[in-house]
Structure formats: C-alpha cells, structure tokens
Design a binder for this molecule. Structure first.
Ligand SMILES: O=C(O)CCC(=O)C(=O)O
Ligand SMILES: [Fe+2]
Length: 343
C-alpha cells in the first residue's frame, strides 16, 4: 500500500472557528478556479470539536492516481527516518522523502526532522501541488511523502508539529494506493475519536486548532491488501512484441532484449492499458471487481507452497528427460537420413 502525504505551509493563517459541526456535505472552501472549471470536489467536514478537518473524496481520476502512484514509487529519495526519543533510536515503519521550495525548509516531528531532499519538485508532485493549490486557494511550499508499503507500515499517534509551519495553517494530505484508515483522537477526552478511510486519490485537510487539541494516526492494518500485487511477467521478447507490437513497448523490449537476451522478466505494479492488455483479471491483478485479494490469495497459495517447488523440480526433470529422449530419437532419424543422402 502506498500513499503520499502533503504537509505544507500556507501563506496566510486561517481563522479559528470553534463550532461543533455535524458531519455534513459542505461547499468547497473556495470557489473553484476558472483555470480548472471541472474541479468541483465534494468534501465533508468531520464533526470534531476544536478542530477543522475536511475529507475530500477522490480529487484525481483513477488513471491519474495510478500514474502518480508509480511516479512517486520510483523516486530515488525514499528512506526510513530514524527517531531519537529519550536517547533511544528507532527506525520508522514507513519510507519518507521531502521536497521544499527552498533548501532551508525543515519539518521537525517526533524526534526526527524531515529535511528537504531536493528543491526541485518532481513533475508528479508539481502537478498534484498545483491541483490542490487551485482547490484550496492556498500556496504550499513543503511536502513530506509517506510510503506505507504494507499494512504493517504505520504512523503512530501524533500531532503535526507546527514549529516551522505557519501556525494553524493548512495541512493537506493526499493519498494514493490502497485505502488506509486515519484515526483522530482528542487529546483531553481519550474516548472521543473519529475515523475516516482515505481512498485512492482522496485528500484530508487539517487546519486551525486541529493539531492543538487532536492527535492523528494511520494504524497498522494487518488484514490489509498491500496494494496491487507486483507480478513478474515472465515472457519471451518475441511473444510479447508480436502480441502487442506497440511503439514504445517495442523500444523498451528491444533495449531489454539487448541487455538480457531472449528471456527476461518485466516487473510491473501497473495496469498495462497503454500496451493494449486490458485492465481486468488476474493477469493485471486489478481490483476493479474487488477480486484482487482473492487473486493474491490464489497466487500466494499456489506459488509459495513448498510442494509446488518440489513438484516443479520433478516436472522439469521429467520434461528434460522426455525432451532429451525425443532429441535422441530425432538425431537417430536425421542421422540415418543424412547417411542415406550421403550414400
Ligand atoms: O499519511 C498520512 O496521511 C498522514 C501522515 C502524517 O500524519 C504525517 O506525516 O504527519
Ligand atoms: Fe501527521
């Protein structure tokens, strides 16, 4: 499961509204910008005393989510942060990286600090940032990405430290990948909690006094689907190329062929729509019909069984023996024929 969180400063602090709001559909925080008239995201405001939290149901198309997901996953900056708390060090159960408008931006939290890995926002982040800036009518200058690679990865209960951020400014968090749950816990009334599932392409906004009175966490979700199951495509260059014959893929395969020879593996986590391989079914491991968990189970059960290894080994030996005896017979026949030809 992979996700991206956006933690940023807004240029202007928001005013604090201290109202008890019932969970409801409300209008966008601002009028959508005319540059993007199709942007009319729907969102709800969570009923949380002394907090301003909004959940935007997906603001990106499924196709964009898939492409941002892969672009973010292939960034080279990911690392596991190290925390120092009370003299003890530990490593986070997630990967992070950060980008900022200037190199001095730093976000300190829970005994660690997220420093800017690069002041060049990767292309995908630039686009995401611009989109949310339009939706929220705000400017952001720092982004922290969190990658939860499986249901075992998590972020513990915390409030975002506002040291270095504009006090009570907007913190926007966009998610891509399998849905994960965010839980908000009130600091003084421990029983007061709020839960929301962050869907692929969705966004959560925290602002005002949220950090002061509430903590939040993305807990472990052992049962969770880790996201699209990365399937190794093992194929022959000629087979795949002839089947698809598409420009781009052909070039890719050509270079792979040059590098690795006739048989190589293609690892992919993405759908191969652009290659003309349709997006349903076990082949693509796509969860369109909520079946991918089942596919994964079948794959895991089938592939991980030691019996399969033993059987596969045995079958391979038998097949090789069969082929050898076949070749042997052919060589005898050809040998006789060749001899006849010579005579
Ligand atoms: O991943 C998220 O949505 C939340 C991350 C978060 O709370 C943080 O980085 O402070
Ligand atoms: Fe946070």
């Amino acid at each position: 499961m992979k996700r991206k969180a956006q933690i940023s400063q807004s240029e202007e602090p928001e005013s604090v509204q201290d109202t008890d709001i019932v969970r409801k559909k409300v209008k966008p925080l601002n009028t959508p910008c005319s540059e993007s008239p199709e942007t009319e995201p729907s969102f709800i405001e969570l009923e949380m005393p002394q907090a301003q939290v909004y959940y935007y149901s997906p603001i990106f198309s499924l196709q964009d989510c898939t492409s941002y997901y892969s672009a973010l996953a292939s960034l080279s900056y990911w690392s596991r942060p190290i925390f120092k708390v009370h003299g003890r060090t530990s490593q986070a159960h997630r990967l992070t990286c950060s980008f900022g408008s200037t190199a001095d931006k730093v976000y300190n939290y829970s005994g660690t600090s997220a420093k800017v890995d690069s002041i060049d926002y990767p292309h995908s982040i630039k686009i995401i940032k611009e989109k949310i800036e339009i939706i929220l009518n705000a400017k952001f200058n720092f982004v922290l990405l969190n990658w939860y690679q499986s249901g075992n990865d998590y972020i513990g209960e915390h409030s975002d430290s506002e040291k270095g951020l504009v006090p009570q400014g907007i913190i926007a968090s966009v998610s891509f990948g399998a849905p994960r749950t965010i839980i908000f816990k009130n600091k003084s009334d421990k029983k007061l909690t709020r839960k929301i599932v962050l869907e692929n392409g969705s966004m959560v906004i925290m602002k005002g006094t949220t950090q002061r009175f509430w903590k939040h966490t993305i807990p472990k979700e052992k049962k969770i689907k880790d996201g699209p199951f990365p399937l190794p495509f093992i194929g022959s260059y000629y087979l795949i190329f002839q089947k698809t014959g598409l420009l781009g893929l052909g070039e890719l395969l050509e270079s792979l062929h040059q590098q690795y020879g006739d048989i190589f593996e293609l690892w992919t986590k993405h759908r191969f729509i652009e290659y003309g391989l349709i997006d349903n079914g076990v082949f693509n491991n796509n969860d369109i019909h909520g079946s991918w968990k089942f596919n994964r189970m079948v794959f895991s059960n089938a592939l991980m069984r030691p019996k399969l290894d033993r059987d596969a080994l045995q079958w391979t030996i038998e097949l090789i023996e069969e082929m050898e005896s076949c070749w042997h017979r052919i060589s005898i026949i050809i040998g006789e024929k060749d001899l006849n030809d010579v005579n």
